[in-house]
Ligand binder design. Structure first.
Ligand code: HEC
Length: 207
């Protein structure tokens, strides 16, 4: 009877551990995660941007697609270019903003706008359309199409909830719909996470 109790405990512990590591930990990694995390730095608790969950996967897609060849992620201080006047952010970016990031994608070429705060400027619907065909949102653009990050699917009775909303639907063949792939979903989650909407002692929002 004594050994039965011990066996029972071992089985329960085994099941709980696998439930936690397989389900809870995985769900945490795949979910939206904490986009801004608190970290203790030099004795103070500060909030900085963190890449977690789906957004972290989207960052890999961002790197793979070469977005950083045309976009920066660094808002310059007033007096060094017109980043704040262009509304690319409400404060300058400082080294602490990148503290929790494994790969920092500052970029050094600005063929397109700085994306440090793009999550504050556009919602997911806009971003999907923009990636699919940048020319729809901007009349003149040198940004390439990323339509290969989407799939053309035959329409079911009811359209998919994540189907692309293209005005006029003129670019979609009748009877079909365009849906984002997992890579596009992760990339958009990453873009939406880009938002330096917190103050730091050395960089406070001016707007
Ligand atoms: C060859 C250069 C080039 C590449 C590569 C490129 N872009 Fe762009 N992007 C631009 C230009 C130019 C604009 C501004 C005109 C426009 O809105 O299309 C822009 C605009 C944007 C905007 C809108 C920004 C705003 O403030 O309105 C987003 C978001 C964006 N790009 C995301 C991406 C992502 C994500 C990738 C990679 C998958 C990417 N871009 C790759 C040139 C590029």
């Amino acid at each position: 009877m004594k050994s039965f109790g011990a066996l029972f405990l071992i089985v329960i512990t085994g099941l709980t551990t696998s439930w936690y590591s397989l389900l809870v930990v995985t769900a945490d990694k795949l979910g939206p995660g904490n986009l801004n995390s608190s970290v203790s730095f030099a004795g103070e608790d500060i909030v900085v941007h963190a890449d977690e969950g789906l957004a972290a996967r989207g960052k890999d897609v961002y790197l793979e697609m070469g977005c950083a060849l045309c976009h920066t992620q660094q808002v310059r201080r007033p007096g060094y270019g017109g980043d704040l006047d262009r509304e690319w952010g409400s404060r300058q970016a400082v080294p602490r903003d990148y503290l929790l990031q494994k790969n920092v994608i500052l970029g050094n070429k600005r063929q397109g706008p700085d994306l440090s705060n793009v999550g504050a400027r556009h919602d997911a619907t806009w971003l999907y359309v923009h990636l699919f065909r940048p020319g729809i949102n901007s009349e003149v653009t040198t940004m390439p199409d990323y339509s290969f990050l989407f799939e053309k699917k035959e329409l079911d009775i009811t359209p998919s909830s994540n189907a692309l909303q293209l005005a006029g639907n003129d670019t979609i063949e009748e009877g079909y719909e365009i849906v984002p792939t997992k890579d596009a979903e992760a990339l958009v989650a990453y873009l939406q996470s880009l938002n330096l909407d917190y103050d730091l002692p050395e960089s406070r929002r001016v707007r």
